[in-house]
Design a protein around this ligand. Sequence first.
Ligand code: PAF
Length: 285
Amino acid sequence: MKILSTVAELQKQLKDMHLSPIGFVPTMGALHKGHLSLVENALNSCPVVVVSIFVNPTQFNDKNDLNNYPRTPEKDMDILGKVLRDTDIVFSPGIKEIYPEEDKRIFNFGNLDNVMEASRRPGHFNGVAQVVSRLFEIIKPDVAFFGQKDLQQLAVIRNLVKQTGSKVEIVGNPIIREDDGLAMSSRNQLLDADIRSHAAVIFKTISEVNVMIKKHDIAEIKIFVENNINSVSGFNVEYFEIADDIELIPIKSKADMKKENRYFGCIAVKAGNIRLIDNIEIELV
Ligand code: PAF
């Protein structure tokens, strides 16, 4: 694999190799098996894969969160070195390569920018759209791979691609979980040991929703999810919503679920000091 840090080097390398389709896996580093599944998917379908590692400041609305975000550059290179081929590239740019000037673009994602993650992290998805559109402009990938754990982010990216008329194909990869069911996330390594030992409650609880939905309506299910998780010391549910995966409109009643849509139970939990998100597809009854 090649490790490049400037736009000029990256574009020259891609031009010289002249391979297609170009697969792209954007990351903020602190890589885990979830990222690896994206990389493996990309390697299976693309003769050249670019993995970017860039902790994007514009998507953090909280400076402490940005400062505390895990950074493990050497470990990341080791992990990627074991799977990437000679043609593949790790793109690890400095801030000036991505934002030579301040990015003042404001995107409009309608409802996607009002609910769940967006209402708790103002400006977050605008920052994600800034960096992803900039990386698309630099790399010009044919296919880009994102994890379904960040379901709202995936919907935002699909919306971005539609809005901008971009030709990049967006692939969503299933969530990869630890043995106890906790969704893999770079933030898991920040959990303290006691909180980590109880964190399986999140996935266990949302898995119950597919059983409950047969007999109960949404309001009762939401109360169950909140009470069950909040009963574990150190855990606090920020939201649990059942929403479609395109506009993420939270539904209030089973009667609102349409056969042609896919629905997901989406949750954010404060686990100690760390915010975790997860989701599960809801089987329509
Ligand atoms: O999901 C992430 O890690 C980030 O939001 C992304 C897509 C790499 C943009 O910074």
